[in-house]
Design a protein around this ligand. Structure first.
Ligand SMILES: [Ca+2]
Ligand SMILES: [Ca+2]
Ligand SMILES: [Ca+2]
Ligand SMILES: [Ca+2]
Length: 339
């Protein structure tokens, strides 16, 4: 069992235990978690200090082998020859450090991601070169460390599937929120076979995610991870598994209307760019995207009952070509089922 899976199970077990303590009223002291707004400033200060004082000391180049593109980060002892991770901020070349602002827990997290290698497509047959969205599954290698360099987990097993939607299903394991925020910054590579028949991963995306504890395990200590630990994950993105969460015939990643590879459910009253009918349920989870009381899956089939290819779904007038057309399953004024 991968340790990530183990941690996830442990997290559930911990929550159940805490709840039962409250119910039992057995005078046990339960320390309430530190408010996110109090912990986050400490985490981001520690992460930015880490970015300023550490550098990439090694990237293994060993194509076809499990350790290919293993990344080691070390403390700077010679600033002349060891450029800090922070020195790559918004670089026009790789490595490139960027950050995104993520609203969660009533605060805004700054999540830094370092792209060392982007990942790329081989050809139409072998695929590759795809970004996951934050609701897809990923096949990935990883190494997790604390800011002090302690390695708490690693795997180069490309057969393990991790669900960025945070839940366990379809053979994939739910992961921490930080992974959902970080992985959409990377492209997949493509697969072939080594001469001994083992799977060979080529040109996959490689980089590092720097996660405040609220994007990781927060107050739930895990093995060698103390409570409230910011986490550093170096990652390799081998492959993507697409899901169709609302089973409307359109894969979730194609229900990301603004194309930023992130879809979330927002607080009531907050405008959501990925929610056509504004009912609070984003399209990837809404079986009737435009709220016309006709299920999406019926609106995207032709007269023979076959699904249109996604890029061929017509608008209300039947136009299948205009790139700016409003596809009919997103047009509440268009009632056209199976025609
Ligand atoms: Ca769907
Ligand atoms: Ca989006
Ligand atoms: Ca909706
Ligand atoms: Ca509809």
């Amino acid at each position: 069992m991968s340790k990530i899976k183990f941690y996830f199970i442990l997290l559930i077990a911990t929550v159940v235990t805490l709840n039962s303590c409250h119910k039992d009223d057995n005078n046990e002291d339960v320390t309430p978690p530190i408010p996110y707004a109090d912990q986050y400033p400490k985490d981001i200060a520690a992460i930015e200090d880490y970015l300023n004082t550490h550098y990439i000391s090694e990237v293994v180049n060993n194509p076809g082998q499990p350790n290919d593109q293993d990344v080691t980060i070390s403390k700077i002892d010679n600033p002349v020859t060891q450029p800090s991770l922070m020195s790559y901020l918004n670089s026009s070349t790789l490595p490139r450090l960027t950050f995104r602002n993520v609203n969660a827990h009533d605060i805004t997290y700054k999540i830094y991601t370092l792209v060392i290698r982007e990942g790329k497509r081989n050809d139409a047959v072998n695929g590759g070169g795809e970004y996951p969205c934050n609701m897809d599954g990923v096949y990935a290698g990883y190494k997790g460390t604390l800011l002090d360099g302690t390695v708490f987990d690693s795997s180069n097993n490309g057969q393990s599937l991790f669900n960025l939607d945070g839940t366990t299903h379809d053979g994939g394991t739910g992961v921490i929120r930080g992974w959902s925020e970080g992985f959409p910054q990377f492209l997949t590579g493509w697969m072939s076979s080594n001469t001994d028949g083992t799977v060979r991963y080529n040109d996959f995306g490689v980089g590092v995610m720097f996660l405040p504890s609220g994007m990781g395990y927060y107050n739930n200590a895990q093995g060698s991870i103390p409570a409230y630990s910011p986490l550093v994950f170096s990652v390799k993105l081998f492959g993507v598994k697409r899901y169709d969460h609302d089973q409307d015939g359109i894969p979730s990643y194609q229900e990301d209307l603004n194309g930023d590879r992130y879809m979330n459910t927002f607080a009531a009253g907050v405008a959501n760019p990925d929610d056509t009918d504004g009912d609070g349920v984003p399209n990837f989870n809404d079986f009737d995207d435009d709220g016309d009381n006709y299920a999406t899956r019926g609106e995207i089939k032709d007269a023979n009952g076959n699904y249109y290819a996604f890029d061929k779904i017509p608008d209300c007038s039947g136009n299948q070509i205009d790139p700016n057309r409003l596809k009919r399953h997103l047009d509440k004024n268009c009632i056209k089922m199976n025609q």
